[in-house]
Design a protein around this ligand. Sequence first.
Ligand code: NAD
Length: 340
Amino acid sequence: MPKSPILVTGAAGFIGFAVTRRLLDEGYKVVGLDNLNSYYSPKLKKARLSELARHPKAKNFTFKKLDLANSKAVIKLALATKPSHIIHLAAQAGVRYGLINQVDYLNSNLIGHFTVLQACKALADAKAPIKHLLYASSSSVYGANAQPGKPTKPFAEADDVSRPVSLYAATKRADEMLTHAWAHQFGTPSSGLRFFTVYGPWGRPDMTPLMFTEALYKKQPIKLFNKGDLWRDFTYVDDIVEAILRLMPHAPAATPTPHTLYNLGNQNPVQMLSFIKTLEKVTGKKANLKLEGWPATEVYKTSASTAKLKKAVGWAPSTPLEVGLTRLNTWYQTWAKPKA
Ligand SMILES: NC(=O)c1ccc[n+]([C@@H]2O[C@H](COP(=O)([O-])OP(=O)(O)OC[C@H]3O[C@@H](n4cnc5c(N)ncnc54)[C@H](O)[C@@H]3O)[C@@H](O)[C@H]2O)c1
């Protein structure tokens, strides 16, 4: 029997592209949507779409340029697609952008997320319920849970998440709560995925792995917050994709509420100074560091407990940082080459 299509939001984004490519590899039909906004270079988003167009199974991929704020059009697309699963990755990402632009977070992460929930209900009402909604949350919901000088244990899904330190984190936590209530009221089987600092080829130019790689090649200074004493649980993008595919058949049980949360992280936090050393090693370049203070939007440390994910699917991310950064560096060298 042919597999039903999967609807992927944010399909031109870093993780959405990687998920779409893997779903095509696995023989799925994918309908992708994205508004191709200019938070970072739309050229990179279009290049990802061109890469998907070159996929051997590209005929199984349909792309629609659409903003999630246009709920009517999104629901219409969902009803025409009748997807078995929705993988919802579109969002206004990044924490520091929230210091200068707040409205995009509310439009994409709250209104946009709500549109996806409405689409799930419209499908159920049309007797074509989805099997599972998997949506992106973030490790940033753990906020100020880790502090310098205090012992930290890996963050677990049941930990307190009532102290977000960025507008982005607050919208992601709000999405988790909206989805919980929606699942409770309307029975939409949903899993929120708390991603921990995702990196790899085709990555985001606003995030440190690609931003710092580029700075090394261009001999630009690299700013390190809190003098390099911030820790991130860097997670390789293919591991995130693997986790999503493994979770697809694991919709939460209908009772008491078909909603659950998973950490998707590497369970191996790295201090930024050590991250720079690894990046210098894989690129063969020396960093020009500018040690700075600690901006309000940054959490001190992220560290994932992946016990719940392992219990559900018998696997968890583990790609070593040096392996992932080597692949990022190889991709960057091709990407940065002047195009003929
Ligand atoms: N990359 C990470 O480290 C990380 C960490 C935690 C959580 N996340 C979450 O994972 C998801 C994917 O992140 P990413 O790194 O691929 O980011 P990304 O910015 O590369 O991808 C998001 C895509 O969504 C699209 N988009 C944004 N608002 C939209 C809207 N209103 N309508 C339609 N499309 C819209 C953007 O154009 C973009 O292509 C996001 O929800 C993000 O918040 C990412």
